[in-house]
Write a protein that binds this ligand. Structure first.
Ligand code: UT7
Length: 318
């Protein structure tokens, strides 16, 4: 039986820093409101001309370096993104060209904030079936470009960035299990209503019923934690690190309580990065690997919830 194992991680943030105080000049809000309700203190945004693929490339190159493999070794390139550079080609194909890789499958995966978890699951299946030996999995977002900068209920919450992981085939896990779900019945609670497909490309900005999303996110993430532990016969105490999607510190704290895991064992970047959608988990993962918190052999639980709704988890022996 083949498994997939994390060989290396990388991440990249754009250079334009926007603090909560900066937002006070843009919409009717206060730095304290944002900090108290979400835990966010600042976020990084792309500059004019900077693209989702630029962020993805920088994160991918760092992950390849950390993994000690060449881009030409890759058998699969997956980019989870809600904000692709173009309608097509996919950002994965644009990234493939930047990395000077030719021939391997490359595609984008759209599951909004759960995108990275979905992409890890797909890459894991490619490797387990022998269809790939090395896979690059990237979460990259320029979410700031789909925000309505007059809507204080959304524009204060998000940031841009990218994170990447290189997976390689191994005899031992690695990725132990992945759990994916979606329910389109909730499509109206968190959406960008417009698109080329429905003839309304002009309505390309995010809308969210934040309060309802919050309540459903907390209960759903609690359930995905139980599902992941039960599927593997594990106890809460077996988890060394929780690496959650970074939407709101209060959602993260609720999931940590459900797991009985102290906040010191939860990787939290929401204060520095805001919600970077599909980039948030790989950004947090890379930060905790590089600063030495996460060590080889430890058990990691990643979980995410986002538009769709979509939700899921990845359990990893690092
Ligand atoms: O990543 C994908 C999943 N997304 C999420 O998980 C986000 C989930 N939702 C949340 O994180 C929270 O619901 C928010 C942070 C979006 C909002 O926090 P809340 O505690 O649920 O606030 P609320 O929506 O109930 O609004 C409370 C008050 C309202 O005023 P009134 O009606 O009580 O007078 C809002 O109008 O806060 C007001 N408000 C603001 N005030 C200052 C909303 N946004 C702002 C703002 N600044 N930016």
């Amino acid at each position: 039986m083949k498994y997939s194992r994390v060989l290396g991680t990388g991440s990249h943030l754009p250079s334009r820093l926007m603090t909560n105080a900066d937002l006070e000049a843009i919409v009717e809000t206060t730095a304290d409101w944002i900090q108290e309700r979400t835990g966010i203190e600042q976020r990084y945004l792309v500059a004019d001309g900077e693209t989702c693929c630029d962020l993805a490339e920088a994160a991918a190159r760092r992950a390849l370096d950390a993994a000690g493999i060449q881009a030409s070794d890759l058998d699969l390139i997956l980019v989870a993104t809600t904000t692709p550079d173009q309608v097509f080609p996919s950002t994965a194909c644009l990234l493939q060209q930047r990395l000077d890789v030719h021939g391997c499958p490359a595609f984008d995966l759209q599951a909004v904030c759960t995108g990275f978890v979905y992409a890890m699951s797909v890459a894991d299946k490619f490797i387990r079936t022998g269809a790939a030996k090395y896979a690059l999995v990237v979460g990259s977002e320029t979410i700031s470009r789909i925000l309505d900068w007059t809507d204080r209920t959304t524009c204060v919450l998000f940031g841009d960035g990218a994170g990447a992981v290189v997976l390689g085939a191994a005899d031992e896990p690695g990725i132990i299990s992945t759990h994916l779900h979606a329910d389109g019945a909730y499509k109206d609670l968190l959406q960008v209503p417009g698109g080329h497909g429905n003839g309304h490309p002009e309505a390309a900005f995010m809308e969210m019923k934040g309060n309802e999303v919050f309540r459903i996110a907390v209960t759903t993430l609690g359930r995905i934690v139980d599902e992941t532990l039960d599927a593997n016969g594990l106890d809460k105490s077996d988890i060394d690190w929780l690496i959650p999607h970074q939407a709101n510190i209060r959602i993260i704290q609720a999931t940590a309580r459900k797991l009985d895991i102290p906040m010191e064992r939860v990787v939290v970047t929401v204060g520095e990065h805001g919600n970077t959608s599909s980039a948030s988990i790989p950004l947090a993962f890379d930060q905790a690997v590089r600063d030495g918190r996460i060590r080889r052999g430890e058990m990691l639980l990643m979980e995410a919830f986002g538009g769709g709704f979509t939700w899921g988890s990845v359990l990893i022996r690092y």
